[in-house]
Ligand binder design. Structure first.
Ligand code: PLP
Length: 387
């Protein structure tokens, strides 16, 4: 390998040397639950599938390199990964400070699992750095948890400044980098302590596999995560690891196309008379400085008088290429309604306060031919005859 290989070279080669026994160019899929020991008291680095698997190890090496961390730990899902991070970082009676705009499943984990166990959960608008600073100093949380760009409003947070504040407060900064993917930004390089991914999304990239990865910078955190995974059992299976690694190889080229398509979709939506507000980070100076591309996620609100739900239903059911589905980040375009789908776990008043209004629609712009996507949006948004 050259000295300083680029992103795509690392995605395709790190942890993925040809198999020393057969020369297989692609890391083999080791479908085994256990490993035969050559003699009593000696093994070859692998004992049992819950703890170690070479296919999963290849994915972890590649992910550590792409996120500029010291190591990575792969889990059965993004939620299993998030839960392991909280277990590793929290103390009894501990405190979490979280961003207001958060993946609904993480909100549910905090509210329904951690809060009843005596962990205090606070939310703050981290876009206001003064606010963030005050909350860190007053609450002294063990964990600061955020997403940037956030789900579903694509809010961009100042990762370097928040990392510095969090370090000063003796708090661990966890960044859920699922929306950006390591192609667009590397939070660890900006000072964050831990990065979490739902690899189900852009990293797997083909809507065919569930998984999660945590990347960290220090050996202590990585050891704690591996211990928790081995003890609680939320391990990523070898086939899932293999599929995820196969997806990872093309992450860079896919992200380029997602972002190019999303840019065209945003321009179309901004000019459309049926659309009120479009959420996409491209005009945000912080995003311009922090991100390589602005990604493939676009949200927008519909112009409606009164209850937006009938109009939302009408638009969602007219799509022909965009599939009405949970999830994001696959090659195919998806459309979702955060208030009733990804963010249904939030009480209505909380959703409203956070801007996850009933008229909000979220797109995961895929890599189909962009004119087909625009034509689909155009016909879905058109007012049906007679209404
Ligand atoms: C999907 C998602 C998760 C949860 O990941 P799963 O793989 O579905 O468990 C966490 N955070 C974000 C931002 C997500 O989009």
């Amino acid at each position: 390998m050259p000295n300083d290989p680029g992103f795509n070279t690392r995605a395709i080669h790190v942890g993925q040397d040809p198999d020393p026994v057969t020369g297989a160019t692609v890391p083999p899929l080791y479908l085994t639950s256990t490993y035969t020991q050559p003699e009593f008291g000696r093994h070859q680095g692998y004992e049992y599938g819950r703890s170690d698997n070479p296919t999963r190890g290849a994915l972890e090496e590649a992910m550590a390199s792409l996120e500029q961390g010291d190591g990575a730990v792969a889990f059965a899902s993004g939620m299993a990964a998030s839960d392991a991070v909280l277990r590793a970082c929290l103390v009894p009676g501990g405190r979490v400070l979280a961003a207001e705009d958060l993946y609904g499943g993480v909100y549910r984990l905090l509210e329904r699992v951690y809060r009843p166990q005596g962990i205090a959960i606070h939310y703050v608008d981290l876009g206001d750095l003064k606010n963030a600073q005050e909350a860190l100093q007053q609450l002294k949380p063990q964990v600061l948890w955020l997403e940037s760009p956030s789900n579903p409003l694509l809010q961009v947070l100042d990762l370097a400044r928040l990392a510095a504040m969090s370090r000063q407060a003796g708090c661990i900064l966890v960044v859920d980098n699922t929306f950006a993917s390591p192609y667009n930004q590397n939070p660890l390089a900006l000072g964050a302590d831990v990065v979490v991914h739902s690899t189900t999304k852009y990293i797997g990239g083909h809507s065919d596999v569930i998984g999660g990865v945590v990347v960290a910078r220090d050996a202590e955190t990585l050891d704690a995560l591996r211990f928790i995974r081995n003890t609680t059992g939320g391990t990523l299976g070898p086939f899932e690891a293999w599929l995820t690694l196969r997806g990872l190889k093309t992450l860079g080229v896919r992200m380029q196309q997602h972002a190019a398509n999303a840019g065209r979709v945003v321009a179309f939506l901004r000019d459309h008379p049926a659309v009120d507000t479009v959420f996409y980070p491209s005009n945000n100076p912080l995003a311009q400085q922090q991100m390589r591309t602005f990604g493939g996620m676009v949200s927008f609100t519909l112009k409606t008088d009164g209850d937006p739900l009938p109009r939302v239903k009408q638009v969602l059911e007219r799509f022909q290429i965009f599939s009405l589905a949970e999830s994001l980040g696959g090659v195919e375009s998806l459309v979702g309604h955060p208030a009733t789908m990804t963010h249904a776990a939030l009480p209505a008043a909380e959703r409203q306060r956070r801007g996850v209004v009933d008229g909000l629609i979220r797109l995961s712009v895929g890599i189909e031919d962009v004119q087909d996507l625009i034509d689909d949006l155009s016909q879905a948004l058109a007012r049906p005859q007679g209404s």
